[in-house]
Design a binder for this molecule. Structure first.
Ligand code: FMN
Length: 279
């Protein structure tokens, strides 16, 4: 979830297997004014508004990461398939190993969820990006959907190589004294511990209905959280908010905890856990 080569390198060196960039668009964007991120009782609420340097200014950072041999998944957002294709081709030229299409940001007008709720658009964007690139394409979908399975299926029909689930959950915090929403954008996306059961349910439902791999994300803080996602049907996981709670070495800690759990339960292969809860 970062956009700067130095901090990405630190995350990688602390044990992550690959890095997903902050979502990048065609033009530089400042994002929303503060307050944009607040810590709540059981998670983090944010509406930062997709701030990013724009794809052309991101080239240098990506080339640095390529030199360092760090596996990078380039996350992109656009308002239509043409923007997604332009971004995807540039990301590929700048050396990323895979693409993640952000079709699920809950708080940016004209982008993300506003497009990602339409199965036809999801299929069209995925198909066009797949046709114009050679690297794997993952489609990140939203939990804020009544038709989450239909949207995942559309991505699969558009030839996606995998589904990433979930992005943040639409939420709000009100300041009692000011009697108004805390975030400048009023509505934001909730992440961290509290959203894990929602992510687990989404991965479980999606994996019942599609054949491509799922990358699980949402509230993973410990090795056991990751194992729960594997059992729900995820083949890999991403970790975001837990960096805030457990520090940068959270990746190594989670890997160690997974190994300990597997040893204790006499599992030699992680693949034996994938989808184990589908009985
Ligand atoms: C501060 C913040 C910024 C985020 N930025 C992005 C983003 O640029 N693109 C994206 O697809 N998801 C973004 N996310 C969502 C995360 O990638 C992830 O899907 C979500 O936070 C749930 O995982 P977690 O509970 O491990 O954080 C962001 C989340 C947070 C908290």
């Amino acid at each position: 979830m970062d956009k700067d080569a130095g901090s990405i390198e630190r995350v990688f060196n602390s044990g992550a297997g690959a890095i997903v960039t902050k979502s990048i668009g065609l033009k530089p964007r400042n994002g929303f004014p503060n307050p944009t991120v607040i810590e709540l009782e059981h998670g983090i609420l944010n509406a930062i508004g997709l701030p990013n340097p724009g794809i052309d200014n991101f080239k240098e950072e990506l080339l640095k990461l390529k030199k360092l041999n760090i596996p990078v998944i380039g996350s992109i957002f656009g308002s239509d398939y043409k923007e997604f294709v332009t971004l995807a081709e540039k990301m590929q030229n700048y050396g990323v190993n895979a693409l993640e299409l952000n079709l699920s940001c809950p708080h940016a007008k004209g982008y993300g969820l506003e497009i990602g709720c339409d199965p036809n658009l999801v299929k069209e964007i995925t198909f066009k990006v797949k046709k114009s690139t050679k690297i794997p394409v993952f489609v990140k979908i939203s939990p804020n959907l009544a038709n989450i399975t239909e949207v995942a299926k559309s991505a699969e029909e558009g030839n996606a190589d995998g589904i990433v689930a979930i992005n943040t959950v639409k939420a709000m915090k009100i300041d009692l004294e000011l009697q108004m929403p805390v975030l400048s954008n009023k509505i934001g996306g909730y992440s961290g511990n509290a959203v894990k059961p929602i992510g687990i349910r989404c991965v479980y439902e999606i994996s019942k209905n599609i054949d491509i791999p799922i990358i699980g994300v949402g509230g993973i803080t410990t090795g056991k959280d990751a194992i729960e996602y594997f059992m729900a049907g995820a083949s890999a996981v991403q970790v975001g908010s837990a960096i805030y709670y457990r520090g940068l070495d959270v990746f190594k800690k989670i890997c160690d905890e997974i190994k300990i759990w597997m040893k204790h339960h006499e599992y030699n292969n992680l693949s034996d856990l994938i989808g184990a809860a589908h009985k």
